[in-house]
Design a protein around this ligand. Structure first.
Ligand code: NAP
Length: 320
């Protein structure tokens, strides 16, 4: 089978398209014929070698994928060959024609969700759900600011927040991203590159501030975020790429809090909670992953550069 392989950590160019043996599922494993693989920023951090998780070399990148069960190992009962599934991780990596996964790492993909959309489910939707529900304990009456609403996690958060009945504000850095955030559920949108946009956000809440703020780039925004919080407000840091200065008094006066999220920490019980909510949302159409770009598997290098360097517009997916 064709697969992207990484033999040394480094820049995007360390990824090579190679021919390797197709794996066979052992007991408790399944083989997925990958129809689309999702590209996440975390895939680039892992490939660089500067991330909390460092896979043993050589390896095939990729956590998210959607496809069809090709074969199953002994003892597998939840899925059978021919079933449409999305993955939440795998044993062998998803940037490939086939991916080996544990039975617990595959989840039903409803007919209404395309394979490219399915490749944009797990990391974005489970992270957004964990941040909103499991960490910030979001309630329908809350106002949330999704700071970075045009990318994979931001769009997932918009849709989940709307499904919960929340008042939803979102930011993006392009006209196209702002229009997408509006289409996917933001009641009001703000350009995070425009001077004074944080004043406009505060004004949109009548000066009260937001109850929850999901932050995609904390190293740039956290100091200002704390001034946008309502009393008892919660910031959940989803993304950060450096250091930042904050004014602790902004937290004290509000009895506000800052939390981090790291999807890899999710417990089996929290994972079951997230997958149940995602399944219901995919089924009833309230959760609809947005695919911004489909690239052939051989263009993984370009995909890794674009997911970090380009302005976001939904998900980038690789098609084997
Ligand atoms: P993505 O699809 O590339 O989207 C990035 C988002 O960040 C876009 O909405 C982008 O908006 C926005 N952004 C850019 N500059 C910004 C700024 N100055 N202020 C606020 N937002 C800004 O990436 P993603 O998959 O959604 O992931 C977002 C971040 O969360 C990444 O850093 C990723 O590594 C992290 N993440 C963390 C976890 C975890 O477990 N902690 C899980 C998943 C993702 P424009 O392009 O429109 O400007």
């Amino acid at each position: 089978m064709k697969a992207i392989r990484v033999h040394e950590f480094g820049a995007a160019e360390v990824m090579k398209l190679e021919e390797i043996p197709t794996p066979k599922p052992e007991a408790g494993q399944v083989l997925v014929r990958v129809r689309a693989a999702g590209v996440n920023p975390a895939d680039t951090y892992m490939r660089s070698g500067n991330y909390a998780l460092k896979p043993p070399l050589p390896y095939t990148p990729g956590v998210d994928a959607a496809g069809v069960i090709e074969s199953v190992g002994a003892g597998v009962t939840r899925v059978k060959p021919g079933d449409r599934v999305y993955t939440s991780g795998s044993v062998s990596g998803t940037y490939a024609e086939f991916a080996l996964a544990l039975e617990a790492q595959v989840h039903p993909l409803p007919e209404r969700v395309t394979f490219p959309q399915g490749a944009g489910i797990y990391i974005p939707y489970a992270t957004a759900y964990r941040a909103l529900r499991q960490i910030a304990h979001a309630r329908g009456a809350d106002t949330v600011l999704i700071h970075g609403a045009s990318g994979g996690v931001g769009i997932a958060a918009l849709q989940i927040a709307r499904a919960l009945g929340m008042t939803v504000l979102g930011t993006a850095g392009t006209e196209q991203g702002l229009a997408l955030a509006t289409k996917e559920g933001a009641h009001q949108v703000f350009d995070h590159r425009a001077p004074g946009y944080t004043d406009a956000i505060l004004k949109a809440t009548g000066g009260r501030g937001v109850d929850i703020l999901l932050e995609m780039l904390a190293n740039v925004n956290l100091g200002a975020d704390l001034k946008l919080l309502a009393k008892f407000g919660r910031v959940v840091i989803i993304g950060s790429r450096g250091d930042v200065t904050i004014t602790p008094r902004d937290l004290m006066a509000r009895e506000a809090s800052v939390h981090g999220v790291f999807l890899w920490n999710i417990s089996p019980a929290d994972s079951a909670d997230a997958h149940a909510a995602i399944a219901a949302g995919l089924d009833n159409g309230s959760l609809r992953p947005v695919v911004g770009k489909e690239l052939p598997l051989g263009e993984a290098v370009r995909a890794h550069k674009e997911v970090i360097e380009s302005r976001a517009f939904g998900k980038i997916v690789l098609i084997p």
